[in-house]
Design a binder for this molecule. Structure first.
Ligand code: 9YT
Length: 131
């Protein structure tokens, strides 16, 4: 069994925390945990906007706290994000996520990220074989 504490990770075990100016993500499970997915808690700053396209991964995201919106850039459709809403990028959908208030999201990636990925110019993370 694997047990990890988000509060300890944010406080002391900073090797599991990845961030840029607009978001911070604690990677609770990574590829080397051998679960077949990675599991992250991501904090997106109030007022920030992010365009991502995870060409090499499927991702599902559950909003735990905060408000914002997500636009599917293929259809132009925008959905409100509030606690309780989940979105799944089942078509590797290119999207823009906006945080009106700070968003706290639980995210799952398949295949799992390894922990070293940063967003590339096109908004994707490298495929596992490229890492
Ligand atoms: C909300 C969202 O797309 N999170 C992606 C995961 C986060 N950027 C990370 O852990 O890399």
């Amino acid at each position: 069994m694997i047990v990890r504490d988000l509060n300890k990770i944010l406080d002391k075990e900073r090797d599991r925390v990845v961030s840029d100016a607009q978001w911070t993500s604690a990677r609770l499970l990574l590829a080397d945990d051998k679960m077949g997915f990675s599991f992250h808690i991501t904090f997106l700053k109030a007022g920030s906007e992010h365009t991502f396209e995870y060409k090499n991964h499927f991702e599902s995201v559950y909003c735990m706290q905060g408000t914002g919106s997500i636009t599917d850039l293929a259809t132009g459709e925008t959905h409100k994000i509030v606690p309780g809403v989940m979105y799944a990028l089942d078509k590797h959908d290119r999207h823009t996520l906006r945080a009106d208030e700070e968003l706290v999201m639980a995210c799952c990636f398949n295949p799992p990220v390894t922990g070293t990925e940063v967003h590339r110019e096109d908004g994707s993370y490298a495929a596992p074989e490229e890492v």
